[in-house]
Design a binder for this molecule. Structure first.
Ligand code: ARG
Length: 456
């Protein structure tokens, strides 16, 4: 039975009923729906809006229902319109008229807004825990590879020497910001809309703050129309997840490149790679590719809800029921991506010699070579030009700056001497980059330890 019988002479058309119903997906929020009802009923009793003894019976029965759902003793009736209908129906089936008093001074409009806030708050914690797991892997891996010299790139062209650990910690920073954004979005999520009623508040003397307190929320919404119409917290979470997926997708893209024969910087564990049905030699980074692909799916979820919300007049409109599947999908997708990425990264072998070999080609010590001349008093712009000529010479001769004889150096600029060679040694080039944020192994070790410490 729907909650809205009375003025209707006919039952809802069957197909229309299925179209309208949301139980198939909002049953996920059963626990939060019951928690919200427990708080509401407690408050109704305290305020004398319903009899206190009745309130106690309602609360006790709701808790029984929650426990039975948890244990599996009670199964949600999937023919109910939505989770709110199911819970209220089950309560009334058990305690009769008292159950019918639960919905006093409440609408499903403020109820569903509350449920979704509570549900997503818990989901935000689930996402955060996954991020901590991935960040731990990044921190540990960065420590282990803090002195693995590799080329850093711009325009996907070898640019300057860095360390593998430093490269990993760049992703660590992105994911740290994702955690910050998540925490910030939770602040606005943790607000109780209950008491907004259908749209215009209520005439009952509610204690809205008590309900918020009981649910561990930080405050109550200030405007009843906004209370039932606001889905910013869903959009914010979807935005946070979209940015997070941008980060994972970029990381995935690099993993894919690094696995190729062209780079061969890492080797994925067999347990996290797949083969080809026809090409016996293949070992594919499918997991990373799926993560990259699933980013599109999460962006789609954000677009779905932005589009659903953009033209809605105040206050509640049924369009808003479309918020749930989109955000549930985005959360599930993000968590499975993080949880699969973490062990894939953890078990990957970083091929130090190949990183080193790539660093040796591509003149990534050219800036250091110019800095050498700057140290001898030459203005940087002139030094830059000299080294440019040397690089051109090396390309012509098929050699490297490290191997170029001193006579060739001197022919370009008289300031060059034997001491240029240690200055352009790749390990030294990296070791000298000790400024805050730079890739020197000691920096990477310190930053990786700080990251791991911050996760405790
Ligand atoms: N299933 C609905 C939703 O998710 C619950 C709110 C129903 N409110 C209403 N006025 N029909 O939005």
């Amino acid at each position: 039975m729907p909650l809205w019988t009375g003025r209707f002479k006919k039952q809802l058309d069957q197909q229309t009923n299925d179209f309208n119903a949301s139980i198939a997906f909002d049953s996920r929020m059963a626990k939060q729906d019951i928690a919200g009802s427990v708080a509401h009923a407690t408050m109704l009793g305290k305020q004398g809006i319903i009899d206190e003894a009745e309130s106690e019976v309602i609360v006790k029965t709701l808790k029984d229902i929650a426990a039975e759902l948890e244990s599996g003793a009670l199964v949600i009736d999937m023919t109910a319109e939505d989770i709110h209908t199911f819970v209220e129906g089950e309560l009334t089936r058990r305690i009769g008229d008292s159950g019918k008093r639960l919905h006093t001074a409440r609408s499903r409009n403020d109820q569903v807004a509350l449920d979704l806030r509570l549900y997503l708050l818990a989901e935000a914690d689930r996402i955060d825990a996954a991020l901590v797991r991935l960040l731990t892997v990044i921190g540990e891996k960065a420590k282990a590879t803090c002195d693995f010299v590799m080329p850093g790139y711009t325009h996907l062209q070898r640019a300057q020497p860095i360390t593998f650990g430093h490269h990993l910690l760049a992703y660590g920073e992105m994911l740290r910001r994702d955690r910050d954004r998540l925490a910030d979005c939770k602040k606005r999520m943790a607000v109780s809309p209950l008491g907004s009623g259908a749209l215009a508040g209520t005439t009952y003397p509610l204690d809205r703050e008590l309900v918020a307190d009981l649910l561990g929320l930080c405050g109550v919404s200030a405007n009843s129309l906004d209370g039932v119409s606001d889905r910013d917290y869903v959009l914010e979470l979807l935005s946070v997840l979209s940015i997070l997926m941008v980060h994972l997708s970029r990381f995935a893209e690099e993993v894919i490149l690094w696995c190729s024969w062209e780079f061969k910087f890492i080797e994925l564990d067999d347990a996290f790679s797949t083969g080809s049905s026809i090409m016996p030699q293949k070992k594919n980074p499918d997991i990373a590719e799926l993560v990259r692909g699933k980013a599109g799916r999460v962006f789609g979820d954000l677009m779905t809800l932005l589009t659903v919300m953009k033209g809605l007049p105040l206050a509640y409109n049924k369009d808003m029921q479309e918020d749930k599947e989109a955000v549930f999908d985005a959360v599930d997708t993000a968590v499975i991506c993080i949880d699969t990425f973490a062990p894939m990264l953890e078990t990957a072998t970083v091929l130090r010699d190949n990183l080193r070999a790539a660093a040796a080609k591509g003149f990534i010590n050219a800036t250091d070579c110019a800095d050498y001349l700057v140290g001898k008093g030459l203005p940087f712009r002139d030094a830059y030009k000299c080294v440019g000529q040397l690089v051109a010479l090396c390309i012509d001769k098929g050699t490297t700056l490290e191997a170029l004889p001193l006579t060739e150096y001197k022919a370009v600029c008289g300031l060059f001497d034997e001491d240029v060679y240690p200055m352009i040694d790749l390990d030294r080039c990296v070791e000298k980059r000790t400024v805050k944020g730079a890739p020197a192994p000691q920096n990477v070790l310190r930053e990786a330890n700080a990251l791991l410490e911050s996760l405790k």
